[in-house]
Design a protein around this ligand. Structure first.
Ligand code: AMP
Length: 452
C-alpha cells in the first residue's frame, strides 16, 4: 500500500489527511493500517518521527461510528502530559469533518473538576496518563466498560515511569472483549509481558532501523578526554549563535544531564529534561525550547523520544551512545522537514569503540574536527572517570537496551512482519552484535560490575 487511496478511508478522514499535506503513508502506517482495521491485537515497534500516532489513529477513527452514547469507546494511554496534548491535537486535526468527541486527561496542573465536567457531556475517545485515568475511573463519572479499543503508546517509557501497577489496575476495569494496540520504541521484556498476559495472538510489526543517515545532516566529531572538558567544549561551540541557535544536547544519564545543566546554566538559556524531573518542569522545559525562550535543551534519550520539536539547528551527542541506533535517532532530530542539520559527537578514548561501531553501522567515518582554539582541557574527573580511567567501553561489557527505529523519511527503512513469534529484542541484538545485551543504564551497569 503506497498511497492513502489504497486505505480506502472515509471521505471526511481523507479530506483531513489531504489538508495536513500528507502525500503517502509512512512505512509504519502502511504496515499497520489493514491489521488494526481488521481488529487484530497489534504490537507496533516504531519511534516518534515515524508517523506512528497516525498509524493507529487512522484505522481507529475509520472504524469509529457516530454515537450518542456518553461513555468512551476508545482509550489511549500514554506516559506523559505532553503526549496527551499532542495526541488530542492530532485527533482534532484528523476529525474536523467528523463528529468525534475527544478528551485529554492528565494530572498536575490540569483541573480534575473540568475533566469530570467534560466527561459528563459525553466522550468518544479518551486520551490520558494512567494515574489520572485510573482516578477518574474510580469515580463513577468515567466508566470503562464500553471500551472497544485500547491503545497504549510509548510502552517502554511507561515502564521507565513505573506505571506498571496503574496499567494492570486499569486493565481490570476494561471489558475482556476488546482490541489491544500497543506501540513501543523498543521491544522490552515488559512489552513481552503485556503481550503474553493481555493480548490475543497479536500481530507484531517492526520498523527496522536504517543505518543510512540523512544527506542533509552534516556530521562531525571531537575527541575529548573527559566530562568536564566536554562541558567546556559545549560552552565554546554554543558561542556560535548562528550555527547553534537551537540545540538539543543528548546526555547518557540523568545525573550527567543535571551536572551539565549546572555547568552551562549561567552561560545561556538552557533547559534540562529527563524522566526524574517533575511533570511541570518537563512541560516548561519543552515549551521554553519550542518557543525559543531557551536555545539549548539538555535531554536523555528516553525522555527526548516523546517530544517533537522542529527547526533544531544542531544536535550534540555529549556522550557517545552505547547503542548505535540511538545515534541515528539522535541526529534525526535535526535536519527535519528537509532543512539543513548539524550533528556533533563527542567521544573519549573509552568511547572510541562505540563510535567505531556507529560508523560501521552507517558505513561512514564521521569527520574528526580539531579541538577549537581556547578549549580549556580540564583535569577534573567525575567519580566514574576516577574509578575507571582507561578501560574502553565495549559492547560486551554493556548492559543497555536502547531504542531502535527509523524516521519515516529514511529511505531504506524496511518493514518486517513477525507473526506471534517470541523472539525478544534482546535476542535480536544478541544475534546482531554477537554480544550479550541487557536492559539498564550504561553507567549504572558499569558501577554494578565494579561492585561484583
Ligand atoms: P509521530 O511519529 O507520530 O510522532 O509523527 C511524526 C510527524 O510526522 C508528525 O508531525 C506527523 O504529523 C507527521 N506525519 C505523520 N504521518 C505522516 C505522513 N504520512 N506524511 C507526512 N508526515 C506525516
Amino acid at each position: 500500500m503506497n498511497t492513502f487511496n489504497e486505505f480506502n478511508i472515509k471521505k471526511q478522514l481523507r479530506k483531513a489527511v489531504d489538508g495536513l499535506g500528507f502525500k503517502k503513508p509512512t512505512p509504519i502506517q502502511q504496515a499497520s493500517y489493514a491489521t488494526i482495521l481488521a481488529g487484530s491485537d497489534f504490537v507496533g515497534i516504531a519511534q516518534t518521527g515515524t508517523g506512528k500516532t497516525i498509524a493507529y489513529l487512522l484505522p481507529v477513527l475509520q472504524d469509529l461510528k457516530f454515537s450518542e452514547q456518553p461513555q468512551p469507546r476508545v482509550l489511549i494511554l500514554v506516559p506523559t502530559r505532553e503526549l496527551v496534548i499532542q495526541i488530542v491535537e492530532q485527533i482534532e486535526k484528523l476529525t474536523p469533518y467528523l463528529s468525534v468527541r475527544v478528551l485529554g486527561v492528565y494530572g498536575g496542573s490540569n483541573n480534575i473538576v473540568g475533566q469530570k465536567q467534560a466527561l459528563s457531556e459525553g466522550v468518544d475517545v479518551i486520551v490520558g496518563t494512567p494515574r489520572r485515568l485510573y482516578d477518574l475511573a474510580l469515580s463513577n463519572l468515567l466508566r470503562l466498560k464500553f471500551i472497544k479499543k485500547l491503545v497504549i503508546d510509548e510502552v517502554d517509557i511507561m515502564l521507565d515511569f513505573g506505571y506498571k501497577t496503574q496499567l494492570k489496575n486499569i486493565f481490570e476495569l476494561l471489558p475482556l472483549k476488546r482490541q489491544n494496540i500497543l506501540f513501543s520504541a523498543t521491544m522490552t521484556s515488559y512489552v513481552d509481558e503485556l503481550t503474553d498476559g493481555f493480548l490475543i495472538n497479536p500481530v507484531k510489526k517492526t520498523i527496522s532501523i536504517s543505518g543510512k543517515p540523512l544527506d542533509n545532516i552534516s556530521q562531525e566529531c571531537y575527541s575529548v578526554p573527559n566530562f568536564y572538558t566536554k562541558a567546556n567544549l559545549v560552552k565554546l561551540l554554543l558561542k556560535d549563535k548562528t550555527a547553534f541557535s537551537k540545540v538539543l544536547v543528548f546526555v547518557g544519564t540523568k545525573t550527567h544531564a543535571d551536572a551539565l545543566f549546572e555547568l552551562l546554566g549561567s552561560e545561556s538559556d538552557v533547559s534540562v529534561i529527563h524522566s526524574g524531573k517533575e511533570q511541570n518542569h518537563r512541560t516548561r522545559s519543552i515549551e521554553k525550547f519550542a518557543d525559543g525562550t531557551s536555545n539549548v535543551l539538555i535531554a536523555t534519550d528516553v525522555i527526548a523520544r516523546g517530544i517533537d520539536i522542529e527547526k533544531i539547528t544542531a544536535v550534540i551527542s555529549f556522550n557517545t551512545p552505547f547503542y548505535p541506533e540511538n545515534y541515528i535517532h539522535r541526529i534525526g532530530r535535526t535536519g527535519r522537514a528537509k532543512q539543513k542539520g548539524r550533528a556533533v559527537l563527542f567521544y573519549t578514548e573509552k568511547e572510541r569503540g562505540l563510535k567505531e561501531t556507529i560508523e560501521g553501522l552507517m558505513n561512514y567515518t564521521i569527520p574528526l574536527r580539531k579541538n577549537p582554539e581556547g578549549l580549556e582541557v580540564s583535569h577534573q574527573l567525575t567519580p566514574e572517570e576516577k574509578d575507571n580511567p582507561v578501560e574502553e567501553i565495549k559492547l560486551s561489557n554493556k548492559s543497555s537496551l536502547s531504542e531502535s527505529g527509523a524516521s519515516f523519511h529514511e529511505k531504506s527503512a524496511k518493514n518486517s512482519k513477525v507473526k506471534s513469534e517470541k523472539k525478544s529484542y534482546k535476542k535480536t541484538l544478541k544475534e546482531k552484535f554477537k554480544k550479550p545485551i541487557r536492559r539498564g543504564d550504561k553507567i549504572q551497569n558499569m558501577k554494578k560490575k565494579r561492585k561484583k
